[in-house]
Design a protein around this ligand. Structure first.
Ligand code: SF4
Length: 270
């Protein structure tokens, strides 16, 4: 494969303590697609290395299909970040190959501290993680000592360590409801859209870190409405990391696994 990688620049929001944001820049390397014979040879090499090194591969739903195929063909798993980490913890392999972004590798290591965790690219990361650096976040927590700190899984290990609770989008509503029932006030991070959804659903007293996912932030309600007009019989499934006006158009709102379940169970002709 050519070693020349094209590079794209990506803007993301860096929240400030006071709640405003400034724009920072990240970048991504995009490797060229290998030709079919080279791709087949690479996949075969990865298969044999996984076996020889007693390693298992876990891939996230949104990595390249080749990495998903490789995980499934070699006894690994394609899933969300928490299930990837749980699968790695319960598997006999001593080495976990985590194909996903950086916080997913860290989460796998938290659950399997005695295992070796390898990642295809340590520079692959997430705007929610990038936009919630530990020093600034810790100062934000210090400024709200009366609040229980609840953070989303899409954060660094250091931010997780600063939190009282770490939640996924599957369990966030239940955890916040339970904390509210105990009379606790919440400090939520890092995703303001997911936090806003939880606040609307639970009525909890929440202050938010002002982060966002650069991918979900691109989903616009007016574009979704245009798509809905083109496909009037289709159901709309939305992840709560999307902006509130997009969530408001959904037939079902849920985590990645919740969306998959809804797609299977909903009676939609397209
Ligand atoms: S939250 Fe957004 S930026 Fe982060 S890994 Fe998921 S899609 Fe990528």
């Amino acid at each position: 494969m050519s070693s020349v990688l094209s590079r794209i620049n990506v803007d993301y929001e860096q929240p400030e303590m006071a709640g405003s944001c400034s724009t920072h820049h990240a970048w991504a390397r995009v490797p060229p697609e290998p030709a079919p014979p080279e791709r087949a040879a690479l996949k075969e090499r990865i298969r044999s290395l996984l076996k020889a090194k007693n390693a298992v591969m876990v891939s996230h739903y949104y990595v390249h299909p080749d990495l998903q195929d490789l995980a499934e063909e070699t006894g690994g798993l394609v899933s969300d970040s928490l299930e990837m980490a749980r699968f790695g913890r319960d598997h006999a392999a001593r080495t976990l190959v985590v194909s996903g972004v950086r916080f997913m590798g860290e989460t796998a290591k938290i659950l399997s501290p005695e295992k070796r965790v390898l990642m295809p690219d340590l520079d692959a990361t997430c705007s929610l993680d990038l936009g919630c650096p530990i020093d600034a976040f810790s100062a934000f927590c210090d400024a709200h000592p009366d609040r229980t700190v609840v953070v989303y899984a899409n954060t660094s290990a250091a931010v997780k360590a600063r939190a009282d609770w770490v939640v996924t989008s599957s369990c966030a509503l239940d955890i916040v409801r339970a904390l509210k029932a105990q009379g606790q006030k919440i400090l939520w991070a890092p995703d303001r859209h997911l936090g806003g959804y939880i606040q609307r659903e639970t009525g909890a007293d929440m202050v938010m870190w002002n982060g966002a996912c650069i991918v979900h932030d691109e989903f616009k309600a007016f574009e979704l409405q245009a798509l809905m007009q083109q496909h009037p019989l289709a159901k709309v499934l939305v992840h709560p990391e999307a902006p509130a006006d997009v969530v408001a158009l959904a037939d079902a709102v849920g985590s990645t696994s919740g969306i998959l379940k809804a797609a299977r169970e909903m009676d939609a002709p397209e």
